[in-house]
Design a protein around this ligand. Structure first.
Ligand SMILES: [Zn+2]
Length: 219
C-alpha cells in the first residue's frame, strides 16, 4: 500500500530518533529470549519490523540499519520471494519488486532476521483451517528449505487472525506472531498477538516520538 512506504530521509530520521532516545533495536529472537528469561535484554529494547519483504529494504533500509549496527525483522511471503506484490496489485495498488533469495541471504549475513508472512498474503481469519494451515506451516517449511536460520516468527497479513489461526501458528512451531494492533509488548503479552507501533509514509520522526511517548512504557 503506497501509504506504508517510508522515504529514505524519513527512515534515517526515525533511526536517529531511536538512537537519541537510547533505544536498542534487537531481533525478535533476542526479545523473545529476554521475555523467557533466557537472555539479558537491553534497557530499552525495540524491534523494527518490515512486512512483505520489498526490494527497497535492501536498496535503502539495509544500509541505514548497517550504519547504526541495528537489526531488523522482515516478514516474507514465501511464494512471492523474487517476484512482486501481486496481492496489492489485484486491488489496484502499485507494483513493487520483492527481495530475491540472494538479497535475503545477503541481509541475513548482515544480521537481519526473517519471518513468515504466509505463502500468498491472504486474510487468515477468513479462510478454512486447512487452507490457513497450508499458509502458516507451508510457508515455514518452504522458507526453511533455503534460509540458513529457522523461521521462528510469523506476521498475520492485514492483521487478520482468530483464536483458531493463533493456535495453528503455535502448532506449526512458531515462537510468536505480530499483529497490526497498537501496543507495546512485555513478558505478559500473548506471544501470538504481539502489538506494534505503525510507521507509515506520513510518520515523521516527530510523529514517531509522539507515538513512542504515548506508550509510556518504552521511555
Ligand atoms: Zn503484508
Amino acid at each position: 500500500v503506497p501509504g506504508h512506504y517510508v522515504s529514505e530521509s524519513r527512515f534515517k530520521a526515525q533511526m536517529a530518533l531511536i538512537s537519541a532516545l537510547g533505544m536498542k533495536p534487537t531481533s525478535l529472537m533476542e526479545l523473545y529470549d529476554g521475555f523467557q528469561g533466557r537472555a539479558e535484554l537491553p534497557p530499552k529494547p525495540v524491534v523494527i519490523t518490515f512486512d512483505d519483504g520489498y526490494e527497497s529494504f535492501c536498496s535503502i533500509g539495509l544500509s541505514v540499519l548497517k550504519e547504526r549496527g541495528y537489526k531488523a525483522t522482515v516478514f516474507l511471503v514465501s511464494n512471492f520471494v523474487g517476484k512482486t506484490n501481486i496481492w496489492d496489485q489485484e486491488k489496484g495498488d502499485v507494483m513493487e519488486p520483492l527481495m530475491t533469495r540472494s538479497q535475503v541471504l545477503e541481509a541475513v549475513a548482515n544480521g537481519m532476521e526473517f519471518g513468515s508472512h504466509t505463502k500468498t498474503h491472504l486474510r487468515l481469519g477468513e479462510v478454512n483451517p486447512k487452507q490457513a494451515s497450508e499458509e502458516i506451516l507451508g510457508s515455514k517449511i518452504d522458507l526453511e528449505e533455503w534460509l540458513p536460520q529457522p523461521v521462528r516468527f510469523f506476521c498475520y497479513p492485514y492483521g487478520s487472525h482468530s483464536p483458531e489461526v493463533r493456535r495453528l501458528v503455535q502448532e506449526a512451531g512458531y515462537a510468536g506472531a505480530t499483529t497490526v494492533m497498537k501496543g507495546v509488548n512485555d513478558e505478559t503479552t500473548d506471544p501470538f498477538s504481539w502489538g506494534r507501533i505503525n510507521v507509515r509514509k506520513t510518520t515523521s520522526a516527530f510523529v514517531l516520538a509522539y507515538k513512542l511517548f504515548r506508550t509510556r512504557r518504552v521511555l
